[in-house]
Structure formats: C-alpha cells, structure tokens
Design a protein around this ligand. Structure first.
Ligand code: ATP
Length: 300
C-alpha cells in the first residue's frame, strides 16, 4: 500500500527529535537571514523567429530581506522570466537584478528554486535526494547525512529516509523537494507554482507547513502563482503584473496577522477585502491579455 500522507503526519510526530537536540549537533537550524532582491529598470525580450518580443518593460521591484512576496498575473506576463533572473538562469538585456545590493555572482549560491514538478531523482532514495544539492557543493558526507536527516524530521518524513521516492505520494515527494531546497540554507527562495500539482487538501496542508518552516528560517521568498488566495494567504506583499510587455501594475501589502490559517479564507473580512480588490484587477489584466492574443491570432 502507498504510504498515506496524512497518516504519516500523525504517526511520525511521536518519534521527532527535539529541535534543541538537532541544534546541538548540526548547523542547519541556525536562522537564515534573507537578503534584499532588487529589479532596477529591467527590460527583456525574446526572439520569436526574427521578431523580438518584449517580455519585461522597465520592471522595477524591491523586495526587503526576509520578505515573502508573491507575483501573480496573466499567463505569459514574464513571472518565470523574472524569477529566472534572480536565479541567474538568464540576464536582463537592460537594467540590473541585485541580491543584497550586489550583482548576481555566477555560481553564487544565494538563491534556490522550488518548482511544481519536484524533479526528484528516481534512482536515489529519499535521503540521498535531499543530500543532492549539498553533494554538488562538496559538503562532507557525514555532515550531509546529519543535515538531511534533520530536515527530513522537519518535513515529517524521517521514517521514509531510506524509501524509494517512487513509493511516495505526490505530497510527500514535494516535502522531500522542500527539504532538499531548504537544507541548503538559501538566502532567497524562488518558488514557481510549487503546490500547483497537488490536490486541494494536500495543497492546503503544505501551504501551512511551508509557512511554518519559512517563519523559522526566514529566507526571502519570491513566489509565483496563479492562485490569488494562495498568494494572499502566504505573502507579505502581492505584486500584480500586466502582460506584453510585463510590468508591475499593483503592489499590495498584506497586513494579515501571522501565523496565517486556512480558515482565514472563509472567516477573515480583511482577507476577503484583499481578495476582492486584487481579483478585479487580475481579471481585468487576464481579459486584456486574452483580447490581445485573439487579435494577434486574427492578424497572423
Ligand atoms: N526561452 C524563451 N524563448 C522565447 N520566448 C520565451 C522564452 N521563455 C519565455 N518566453 C516567452 O516570454 C513570455 C513570458 O514567459 P514567462 O514564462 O516568463 O511567463 P509567465 O508569466 O511565467 O507565464 P505562465 O504564467 O504561463 O507560466 C511568454 O510569451 C513566453 O512564451
């Protein structure tokens, strides 16, 4: 039988090692202070055939250290492109992207990605997947093991450390991916629809668990999502981008108290007010983007 996600949450908690004990033996529990991220007058275009298509247009955004910022917007407005620049996957054609006020270093390890597809290596066991990034960075074997095990405890998967990843549920796989990313102590976490592949119930559990982990470690987070409720529930700020070319049209601060709970979606008038304000704007931008696409298709 496939290990059940919610059952594992219950049974594993008994065997958890106290956090104080982990702290004595490893360095991984030390607080990670996030760093600032800044887009300054960023312009970017891609070639579609011979034609350059402008994707980001004078995009300016400053994210404070340890802030949790979500970016929403119509499909194709440049969210993933912006994230890729912070992760040093691509360089803007004009303007700058700075981490902690400095140009992004090639091979620098300030930022780490988490995607919807967990990209676990099926031939490696759970712990070995968590160790992967540390292995690439040359962390000694013993330290890797201790840090991986501590993070597996935090995501409540310690009893699955030597399991085959193919036997895990999708939710458990994503928790392995979260451990693999956070064990590297990133100062900036780049999350591209990380919970999009999960069913609604698992998604809600993971949102709560993840925010708990984030509150303990506090890396700066840039979170791309199509789910406006998710963005509001998790974030300190929600950025709405317009498309073609992508630019910021709304920068909304979310002042809901933390820790945030799933029932705020239903019970908090403040939450509902944020949602209504932003959803109207988002709908408008999506309509504009679709209208433009229809016109382009007609003319092509
Ligand atoms: N490597 C590339 N070459 C050519 N065009 C690209 C490339 N990467 C992205 N694009 C185009 O740039 C635009 C922005 O893409 P991007 O993936 O950043 O948008 P997005 O807002 O993340 O979209 P989605 O919400 O659908 O994931 C799109 O029109 C896309 O087709």
């Amino acid at each position: 039988m496939r290990p059940d996600d919610s059952a594992s949450l219950k049974t594993e908690s008994k065997s958890e090692v106290p956090v104080s004990q982990i702290a004595e033996t490893t360095t991984e529990t030390k607080k990670v202070q996030g760093v600032s991220v800044e887009f300054k007058n960023v312009n970017h275009s891609f070639l579609h055939g011979d034609t350059p298509v402008r994707v980001l247009d004078n995009f300016n955004l400053r994210i404070e250290p340890s802030e949790f910022v979500s970016i929403v917007g119509p499909s194709g407005c440049g969210k993933t492109t912006a994230l890729g620049m912070v992760g040093n996957l691509l360089k803007p054609r004009a303007g700058e992207v700075l981490i902690d006020g400095k140009e992004i270093r090639p091979g620098g390890n300030d930022a780490a990605f988490l995607f919807a597809r967990d990209a676990l290596l099926p031939w490696r066991r759970v712990r070995s997947n968590v160790e992967l990034g540390m292995e690439v960075r040359g962390v000694p074997k013993e330290e890797r093991k201790v840090r991986a095990e501590a993070w597996l405890r935090k995501v409540r998967l310690q009893q699955f450390a030597e399991s085959d990843v193919l036997h895990l549920s999708q939710g458990m796989r994503q928790r392995v991916a979260i451990a693999r990313t956070l064990v590297q102590n990133p100062k900036v976490l780049l999350m591209d629809e990380p919970f999009a592949a999960l069913d609604a119930q698992t998604r809600a559990i993971q949102q709560e668990e993840f925010t708990g982990l984030w509150e303990a470690e506090r890396p700066t987070v840039i979170f791309v999502t199509h789910d406006l409720e998710e963005a509001i529930l998790l974030s300190d700020r929600v950025i709405l981008m317009a498309s073609r070319p992508g630019r910021m049209v709304v920068d909304m601060k979310i002042d809901l108290e933390r820790p945030r709970r799933q029932d705020m979606r239903r019970d908090s008038d403040e939450f509902k007010a944020y949602f209504h304000e932003m959803s109207d704007r988002l709908r408008h931008e999506v309509d504009l983007a679709e209208q433009r696409m229809r016109e382009e298709n007609k003319n092509s």
